[in-house]
Design a protein around this ligand. Structure first.
Ligand code: APR
Length: 170
């Protein structure tokens, strides 16, 4: 059973899913964009568990391309899976850490038994990765992951992002 890929235009913090993926930074202590929205709507329990992770497994922060789960707090989900995307370094930037964000998030989701996972367009905001390239990397990574997750739902915040991902889905 391969993972079905779906696209939604909207705010990821309003999604209902087993797991909602956060475009975090390595501190795990919050930020703007998706990160800010998830912590705002998820509430203090999300940050409390992030702080606990920093005090234990991730003393130096979550490395780029890796993923870790916490409670989803007040969000309509069971877990938030935090992943740290790469910052775009211009043409020729290595795509593998970005592909790893999706692969590792799905691996964590499988470990939790999550069946539906909502993803933002990781690295395409503050981290400046070009949307079309990020969409190609993301869709390919989900397809190649061979995860047990039934639905990988890309939640796109604006029409441009939606179009970039739709172009990757035949
Ligand atoms: N729902 C869905 N998508 C959103 C939302 C939302 N509520 N808010 C923003 N986005 C989109 C942005 O439009 C962009 O396309 O998510 C994509 C990722 O943008 P960022 O949130 O800026 O994430 P990223 O580019 O990975 O940069 C991560 O930004 O917020 C900080 O703490 C975060 O340092 C980290 C960095």
């Amino acid at each position: 059973m391969s993972t079905e890929i779906t696209l939604v235009r909207g705010d990821i913090t309003r999604q209902t899913a087993d797991a909602i993926v956060n475009a975090a930074n390595s501190s795990l202590l919050g930020g703007g964009g998706v990160d800010g929205a998830i912590h705002r709507r998820g509430g203090p329990r999300v940050l409390a568990e992030c702080r606990a992770l920093r005090a234990s497994r991730y003393g130096k922060g979550l490395p780029t391309g890796q993923a870790v789960a916490t409670t989803a707090g007040e969000l309509d989900a069971r877990w938030v899976i935090h992943t740290v995307g790469p910052v775009y370094q211009g043409p020729g930037s290595d795509p593998s850490p970005l592909a790893s964000c999706y692969r590792e998030s799905l691996r964590v989701a499988d470990g939790l038994g999550a069946r539906t996972v909502a993803f933002p367009a990781v690295s395409t905001g503050v981290y400046r990765w070009p949307l079309e390239d990020a969409a190609r990397i993301a869709v390919r990574a989900v397809r190649d992951a061979g995860a047990a997750v039934e639905e990988a739902r890309f939640v796109l915040f604006d029409d441009r992002a939606y179009a970039a991902f739709a172009a990757q889905i035949p």
